[in-house]
Design a protein around this ligand. Structure first.
Ligand code: MRU
Length: 373
């Protein structure tokens, strides 16, 4: 997608494909800067410190981390060491394990002399696949949007009462499952961009997403760059908007979806799904196949990341003079617990929007869609 009119991807290479760069997401929306990842340790640090974040982008960064390790030392010992370091960077997004397992399976049987180029080709392919997959999710999601827009025009929809509001489809999202969280397009935002580009009137309610404010800082920024109408709301305003008929559908991303359809996503997703269900608003999850953990059924088995409490007790922004500051918002010494994700049971999910189509979040449905037992 474009930044100031220039097309960008969230991770990209320069030169002969060996110089890896990412957008530093810790600086947005106040500064747009890219940083070079020179080593596997840089890639692991970028994931851990959330310079890159979002499940698909974490997987892509890990793949390039392996490529950087293989360029420096293509031995099996180096592959093992890089894989272990990258795998421990963040626990919840299963895309990390998926990318590392696939890279390892490809590289181990090769001779050391073949590994560096093969690892780089693998990472480049993984990125292209991500873009294609997200575009496909966009098309399947767009069909859902069209159906909801049609029902709304015919009077069967929920949100708004005036003629103008009948022509606008109001989408609510949480966190950032946008192009910044992937290589391009995003998952939950892919149908939004396609709908907007084809002239459908779409408006997005952006939840700020405490504590790291991925909605306020990242989703609002990328929608603004693309010209998609949006309104930022506090997380706690969602129930009010849903109950007043101001939301036609909710669509969020996922860090890990179990084979039975339970969804781990940014903390706050579960109460949003509950409020959507109570108000009869469809709740969709954009779920690319690398975010599916086929090894588990029950969402309670998903590891939930706990991050530094400072992310809750402090906020970062720019003051009136444009100076960046980090300030404490709590009494000094307040104890805080920072759970980064929660699990939404499949029963609260209207549909999983995958690259193969939309399916119910139920035992067996995903397996049938991807022909897995
Ligand atoms: O902690 P983050 O910012 O990495 O969390 C991101 C999310 O929860 C996204 O919704 C998820 O990774 C899907 S991104 C397409």
């Amino acid at each position: 997608m474009k930044v100031g009119g220039v097309p960008y991807r969230a991770i990209f290479t320069e030169g002969a494909g060996t110089r890896v760069r990412v957008i530093d997401q810790t600086l947005l929306p106040h500064r747009f800067e890219t940083v070079r990842l020179r080593t596997a340790a840089d890639a692991a640090r970028a994931i851990r410190d959330m310079i890159v974040r979002g499940a698909p982008l974490i997987g892509a960064t890990a793949a390039y981390g392996v490529a950087l390790a293989m360029r420096a030392d293509p031995s099996v010992a180096s592959l093992k060491q890089a894989t272990a370091m990258l795998a421990s960077a963040r626990p919840t997004a299963v895309n990390l394990r998926w990318a590392l397992d696939a890279a390892g399976a490809l590289l181990r049987p090769l001779s050391p002399g073949e590994r560096a180029d093969a690892a780089q080709d693998f990472a480049a392919r993984l990125c292209e696949d991500d873009v294609r997959r997200n575009r496909s999710i966009g098309e399947h999601g767009l069909a859902v949007f069209r159906e909801i827009a049609r029902a709304k025009r015919s009077g069967a929809g929920r949100s708004g009462t005036g003629a103008a509001s009948k022509r606008t489809i109001n989408v609510m999202t949480h966190c950032n499952a946008g192009w910044l969280a992937t290589v391009d397009w995003g998952t939950a935002t892919a149908p939004v961009y396609l709908a907007h580009d084809e002239g459908m009137r779409v408006h997005v309610w952006v939840r700020e997403t405490r504590p790291r404010l991925q909605g306020a800082a990242l989703t609002a920024w990328e929608l603004g760059q693309h010209g998609v109408p949006h309104t930022l709301v506090s997380d706690s305003a969602a129930g009010h908007l849903l109950s007043r008929g101001k939301v036609d559908l909710v669509i969020v991303g996922t860090d890990r979806t179990t084979a039975a359809g339970d969804v781990a996503n940014k903390v706050g997703t579960y109460p949003l799904a509950l409020a959507a269900r109570d108000n009869g608003v469809p709740f969709y999850v954009a779920a690319p196949s690398p975010s599916i953990d086929w090894t588990i059924q029950d969402g309670a088995s998903i590891p939930i990341e706990e991050r530094d409490p400072d992310e809750i007790t402090q906020v970062w922004g720019v003051d009136e003079d444009g100076v960046e500051r980090r300030v404490r918002v709590t009494p000094q010494g307040t104890r805080a617990a920072n759970y980064a994700f929660d699990v939404t049971p499949g029963r609260l999910v209207t549909g999983l929007v995958t690259e193969r189509g939309v399916c119910p979040a139920e035992q067996g449905a995903l397996g049938r869609m991807f022909r897995r037992s």
